[in-house]
Design a protein around this ligand. Structure first.
Ligand code: ZN
Ligand code: ZN
Length: 240
């Protein structure tokens, strides 16, 4: 399975990452990627850019080093009511919005019903395209319920490559999420979550998880620019 799009990457602007957008795009080109989404952390995380950074992404060219660069964010879920740390007036300017739980922004909860309810509210947010690292064991969720919600709203659940390294215990959850998406024929998206240019396009763990559950390649959004273009086109048709 060859993935040509990385939908989850950070630049030096995140405050705890190391490469510029030029370095990320050049590394992506060198690895044969066709498209990346630049998804720096939302402003609620310490060291992350201010809200205006995300509207300023419009100043970037569409293509850098031959790689299409989607303007994006990894928004922080700020409360258990589905709140995010960027307002709709900024989210609507972006090509690809991912959102996720982060321990440093929202203290983890073992309350599965509460976590599931929050994530379903985020999935229902019309500006959100994908949930980052939903397999994070710090926020246990009702996987079948979240997967059904993603399917109903046409949203993506991420199989995060970096989770295998930084969120120990994610792997079994990721496998269950992948299996649930496979059974309901819902697409998934793989993100490297690279915080350095060396890791852009790194998908070894994500691919192992998908292979482990015989996940059909046609439901992996990252395998073709055409599939991603269709996803973004469907979003535009919804008026977003
Ligand atoms: Zn994250
Ligand atoms: Zn991230």
């Amino acid at each position: 399975m060859k993935l040509v799009i990385d939908t989850h990457t950070h630049t030096i602007a995140s405050g705890h990452a190391f490469s510029t957008i030029q370095e990320m795009a050049a590394a992506a080109a060198a690895k044969g990627l066709r498209m990346i989404a630049t998804t720096d952390h939302g402003p609620a995380m310490e060291g992350a850019p201010i809200a205006m950074f995300f509207s300023a992404l419009l100043m970037l060219p569409d293509v850098i080093s031959g790689v299409r660069v989607l303007r994006g964010v990894e928004a922080n879920i700020t409360d258990y009511d589905g709140g995010l740390d960027l307002p709709p007036r900024i989210l609507r300017l972006l090509d690809f919005v991912i959102a996720g739980f982060h321990e440093v922004v929202l203290p983890p909860s073992n309350d599965m019903a509460k976590n599931t309810d929050a994530l379903i509210k985020v999935i229902a947010n019309p500006y959100v395209d994908a949930i980052s690292h939903p397999g994070n064991p710090g926020y246990p969720i009702d996987i079948p319920a979240v997967t059904r919600a993603a399917g109903e709203h046409g949203k993506l659940l991420e199989i995060n490559n970096n989770s295998a390294v930084v969120r120990i215990g994610s792997e079994e959850n990721c496998r269950r999420i992948a299996a649930a998406c496979r059974d309901l024929e819902i697409p998934v998206v793989c993100g490297s979550d690279a915080h350095t240019s060396f890791n852009v396009g790194s998908f070894t763990h994500s691919i192992n998880i998908l292979k482990g559950v015989n996940f059909p390649e046609k439901l992996v959004l990252n395998t073709s620019v055409r599939k991603m273009a269709k996803f973004l086109e469907d979003k535009r048709k919804r008026g977003l």
